[in-house]
Design a protein around this ligand. Sequence first.
Ligand code: ADP
Ligand code: MG
Length: 363
Amino acid sequence: MDFQQIFDAAPTVQSSAPGRVNLLGEHTDYNDGFVLPTAIPQETTVFLGFSSTNQHHFYSAELEERVDITDSNMDSSSKLQGFASYVWGCIRLLEQMRHSIPPMNVFVTSAVPIGSGLSSSAALEVAMLRGLRSLLQLDLDDVKIAQLGQQAEIQYAGVNCGIMDQMASSLADPQHLLFLDTRTLERQKIPLPQDTEVVVIDSGIPRKLATSGYNQRRAECEEASRLLKIKALRDVTDPEAVETLPEPWRRRARHVVTENNRVLEVRQGVSAERFGELMNASHASLRDDYEVSVAGLDHLVDILQKTPDVLGARLTGAGFGGACVALVRAGRGEAIAHHVLEQYTSLGYSGHILVPALNHTQQ
Ligand code: ADP
Ligand code: MG
């Protein structure tokens, strides 16, 4: 199905935005901390045209789902669920900025795996906002687009997310890592270590507890900040103070503090080997201190870490399932991905390769 078949007209504009994978800096963005994502080659594309009815019409090719925005679901965002809530949220937020948005036909199609931790949701929001910007010539910069996308996800899709995903989709490219200070939005594009590439493998484990676990961790971090009398865990200046906290706040805060330091160390410039060590340390911290890993992710990371030419590996995304990311020697990604997947599936899991070799240095 394409736009023409669904809406019986040709689209006026088309716009795209990539998914992302986070190399380092997990569960730090809602603590005002530091992250290090990169864009992946897979993108979400949105085709836009003016609707000939007085309603908005949204269609997702992946979900084969059509949603018409009618008077009954228009006033109450809570009645809209699923992908339409992200698209509708983007439109509503622009209207609240006093931009006039005419009734639209929106056709969404994507190569970003949905719900695997590669941020198909941010890719959808950023692609949609870019499309509206170009169609209506709106004065929005890429940071504003990221912020609007985040608000659409929070206010309309009901996901209390940080700013990393939308900033990565809006500002990162597959040739660089995007260092981002999520408090100040200061950012810097930095190269991947020389002669390395990135592999991403889906564990095949659904992120069942992801939402409840995520909200619980957020609340624990807020409580830890309150106990430490600081605004956010980003503001910890004395790591010893963290060690005086009661459990579980001590370990939660320790993860955030050490994870921020790992990102800052990479920003200073490190060897490929050191980068890998920091990724391994990140996984251990997410597993033991932050407790967001599960057995399947630990198995997959373990296999990756034991495979020759893998420099480091960790779970990526919120955890409780989803994907793992590894830094490997350039040229070895594809072979490593297949070898690791074979071992992983022989344990009874059903994973698959999401990005076989994302090579920054040679692109
Ligand atoms: P992730 O962002 O890691 O892929 P999320 O749970 O945050 O996972 O976002 C997935 C949701 O985003 C989907 O359930 C759907 O509502 C929406 N979405 C993303 N991409 C598409 C798409 N191509 N078509 C329809 N909905 C999409
Ligand atoms: Mg998402």
